[in-house]
Design a binder for this molecule. Sequence first.
Ligand code: 13P
Length: 251
Amino acid sequence: MSNELIKPIIAGNWKMNGLESSIDELVKLIDLSSEIIECDVIIIPPYTLLDRFNSLLRKDKSILKLGAQDCHYMRSGSYTGSISAEMVKDLGVQYVVLGHSERRIQYHETSELVAKKATIAHCSNLKTIICVGESLADRNSGRHEEAIQHQLTDSLPKGFTNLNTIIAYEPIWAIGANNSASVVEISQMHRFISSLLLKYSKENHTLPIIYGGSVTQYNAKDIINIEFVNGLLVGGASLKADSFFGIINSI
Ligand code: 13P
């Protein structure tokens, strides 16, 4: 890791998975080990489990932090089926993931929309995890840096700082695949993103940059040791308490 002051961040994005029965084991396992865990662990379940997680975490004084998978770009209003930043904040949530490639692709979300959502999330005192990632076509045609630069420039809200924003680099071709991106690919892209952030930041410092895409308990340690990697955004392997804990433990 490049910035020794930043605690590694391990975030588990459950996507559209998980029922009440999935929760207890994970919270117990992490809390039992809280004294040896030296990273920030964020669990990002579906909206339906946020309240249940929140009451468990409060009761057990857990070290786990809670994130939501998205929020609306408006504060409130006639948006049937949508959830606002203020609503998730009200459920004890501290983080919100924005601009995940699944939302960009499946719901046609643009970077400009991501920036709007981030602005409203910051107004509600949520920290944002803004995702960027190139497609396989971008990578194969050598346009991966250009793609990331566009996404980053347009997705970052005006008031971003290293206290309210985390960047997640998730190459689309590595999500839910058998293999993560290679150490060389991750290293090159994190260095590139870090240099862009340094340019864009008013305070002249970079933001935490975490990697996502087929992270498992077997490759987590190699990835977290890469320069400019400040944490991991885990999908599939965060769904089972033992594999998610395996990742935390390997670090
Ligand atoms: P996987 O870890 O399942 O590849 O998912 C990564 C991801 O999309 C996390 O947001």
